[in-house]
Design a protein around this ligand. Structure first.
Ligand SMILES: CC(C)(COP(=O)(O)OP(=O)(O)OC[C@H]1O[C@@H](n2cnc3c(N)ncnc32)[C@H](O)[C@@H]1OP(=O)(O)O)[C@@H](O)C(=O)NCCC(=O)NCCS
Length: 176
């Protein structure tokens, strides 16, 4: 499975593999590189990074794929799976140093394709704040279809912020 994904993104580009315990220092580096990362979880120390890695890589909760440059993790694509409904909450982040290269979009498309085929999930869903347009671009590149707006979903710095919701079904057209 990891092999088939790795071959989807051919050398010399980025690679995908499952997240592992020794990735914790790079996870910490990514979180401290951008205050916005605080919305992805609480990772301020190596101990918290190790706990985060354990939590998101637990197969009981889903799957977490490390986006790597060489052997170094620079991003993460995750799915929190609801086995009963054969659905999954899809999420992603990339370290500041590796953004803007189109890697997250390609990795998200590859992992979503995997989830909707080999992993047997039938629906993926995600949401992003309207003031995070890059996340919406990643979602659309990965074949997600915009489904709606959750108005005033979050209270951030005293202002209510809308969230755009997206879904992708196994039967939807696949991204090229
Ligand atoms: C959102 C995030 C994952 C994007 O990562 P990235 O590596 O820069 O994304 P890519 O380089 O793959 O670019 C993907 C698309 O976003 C677009 N994009 C990048 N920055 C943008 C910006 N500031 N405004 C609008 N579009 C932007 C790119 O043009 C590209 O569009 P295309 O596929 O139509 O060409 C990254 O900014 C991040 O990790 N942010 C913090 C965590 C986060 O917000 N995660 C999402 C939670 S919902």
């Amino acid at each position: 499975m990891a092999q088939s994904l790795a071959t989807c993104i051919a050398p010399p580009g980025p690679r995908l593999r499952f997240l592992r315990a020794e990735d914790a220092p790079q996870v910490l580096a990514a979180f401290v590189s951008d205050p916005e990362m605080a919305r992805q979880g609480t990772v301020r120390t190596l101990v918290e990074a190790e706990q985060y890695v354990r939590t998101v890589s637990d197969p009981a909760s889903g799957a977490a794929w490390a986006l790597c440059e060489g052997s170094i993790l620079v991003g993460l694509i995750g799915i929190t799976i609801d086995e009963q409904n054969k659905s999954g909450w899809f999420w992603y982040w990339t370290a500041v140093s590796a953004r803007g290269r189109g890697w997250t979009a390609r990795a998200a498309a590859t992992v979503a394709d995997w989830a909707l085929s080999e992993r047997g999930v039938e629906r993926l869903e995600l949401g992003h704040r309207v003031n995070n347009p890059a996340s919406g671009a990643v979602a659309r590149s990965a074949g997600f279809v915009r489904e709606g707006t959750e108005r005033g979903k979050f209270l951030i710095d005293g202002a209510r912020v809308d969230v755009e919701t997206y879904g992708r079904l196994a039967s939807d057209p696949w991204p090229t």
